[in-house]
Design a binder for this molecule. Structure first.
Ligand code: ATP
Ligand code: MG
Length: 200
């Protein structure tokens, strides 16, 4: 079984995340993609949503898509989670699975700085997708990394969680920039400075 891991803070989860996951699944015939929200230390993220709310948004987004699932380990464990530690546990838990880690261009650029990257490239393959604002340049990476990054095509969407948080905080609409169920959850829960209101 081929499984893509879509890691992120998902604060909030938006259509860029969904398209990246689907592009990777489609391009490399992945059986499933597991969305893995990371824990964020509370002091780092005053304007953001709680782990419980971020996890709830991921649930809203994957509901109804049989190929999409959730891996909540990092949220449940709390504290700092290095991807390498999570991936080691994944390999132990699912020794028969083949894992892929999906990353946007801004993350690809930082791969050389990832904790345990030399071991990580032995344990899985990365799938990189384009993202406006950062060129996706594999030639800039050391060979031991670029040899383990596949590319997947997706329509470029200039959406980020940071921009969505500030849009919402200034009273502008984020509808259609996030999946509809996520939009409803954000409204219902009054996240990002929106006034809570029941879905109508
Ligand atoms: P923030 O602004 O809070 O950093 P974000 O929009 O970058 O949020 P993350 O949760 O940090 O979202 O990203 C998770 C993963 O999704 C990363 O690998 C990131 O590169 C990728 N990603 C996020 N937005 C896009 C997008 N618009 N297009 C392609 N990939 C994206
Ligand atoms: Mg980001």
């Amino acid at each position: 079984m081929k499984v893509g891991i879509m890691g992120g803070t998902f604060d909030p989860l938006h259509i860029g995340h969904m398209l990246a996951a689907e592009a990777a699944r489609d391009s490399y015939s992945l059986d499933e993609v597991w969305f893995m929200p990371s824990h964020i230390p509370p002091h780092k993220h005053e304007a953001g949503a709680s782990g419980a709310d971020r996890l709830a948004m991921v649930k809203c987004a994957v509901e109804g898509n049989e190929a999409f699932g959730i891996l909540d380990w990092e949220i449940v464990r709390g504290g700092v989670s290095y991807t390498i530690e999570t991936v080691r546990s994944l390999r132990q838990e699912y020794p028969q699975h083949e894992f892929y880690f999906i990353v946007g261009a801004d993350m690809v650029e930082y791969l050389p700085k990832w904790h345990g990257i030399r071991e990580l490239v032995e344990l899985l393959t990365f799938i990189g997708v384009g993202r406006p604002g950062t060129p996706l340049d594999l030639a800039a990476l050391p060979d031991f990394i670029s040899g383990k990054v596949l590319l997947a095509d997706m329509p470029q969407v200039d959406v980020s969680s940071t921009a969505l948080r500030s849009r919402a905080a200034s009273g502008r609409s984020i509808r259609y920039m996030v999946p509809e169920q996520v939009y409803e959850y954000v409204q219902r829960s009054g996240l990002y400075g929106l006034q809570p209101r029941s879905a109508d």
